[in-house]
Design a protein around this ligand. Sequence first.
Ligand code: PMV
Length: 293
Amino acid sequence: MKEHKGYAKLILFGEHFVVYGIPAIGMALKDLYTTCTLHPSDIWEIQGVNQSEVVIPALQSILVKLNLIGPYKAVFNSNIPVSAGLGSGAAICVSFTRALSYHHFLKLTDKRINELAHEGEKFFHGNPSGIDNTLSTFGGVLEFTKGKPFTSLEIEPLPLVIACTGEKGSTKQMVANVKNLKEKNPEKFQEWTKEMEEIIESARIAFEQHNLKTIGKLMDKNQELLYNIGVSTLELELLIEIAKDKGALGAKLTGAGGGGCIVALAKDKESANTIIQAIKQKGFQAFYSEQAL
Ligand code: PMV
């Protein structure tokens, strides 16, 4: 049986501010993904994913759009941490939709797979911006503005370390907290939004030039803003500190925060390994990854 992939993603720049119309830059991850294989079956059987209360309705919403009923035996395999800001829900939806397309000879385009996966994503996130399913489907590095077509950024591979606190962050709660803060302090929030916009502009240029030092500095600046809007945690700060101590060029939380993961930019693969070892020694999970596709 053929395996069908949906990639994990991480947001390099612009989470939370993307909700208010600022572009974000995200990337699909080569080494973290979910695969799905479908088998004919007389009863519904889903293996390899937890969260059945969200997964089943999510998969059903995709089937309804395709006028399919099932039942199927769907076998998932995933190494993406759940509720960690890495897009595990979107990867499930993308891999399942790709498996359906293959199983039923539907020849769905990536554009259609992305649209269908976005339907499923709504069960994981409420009102997702769409960045997760887009990255999970198309891969690469993308600049994403809510409600607009995305643009692909051609960049050289980045040596990245992803480290997880193990705390589960709630995207919904974090987005609500930021909204509250924005309403209480509109002027300050406007100032931070402007700073975020400037970071994105500089990041575009730094990516073009493959200027790792500048990309790292911009990640640090982005983290300061995320700290200011209250979505960082002590554990996230601790992981960032370890990464920086061990030579990371920059580090920030990725995704909604309130737990979940950090992303650190290393000088090269060797330096990434030093960072990973130091983080693992403190009892946290850490991986090396470059962008997918
Ligand atoms: O934690 P994640 O990967 O779901 O990221 C959420 C990103 C936010 O900007 C906080 C919300 C959104 O819809 O873009």
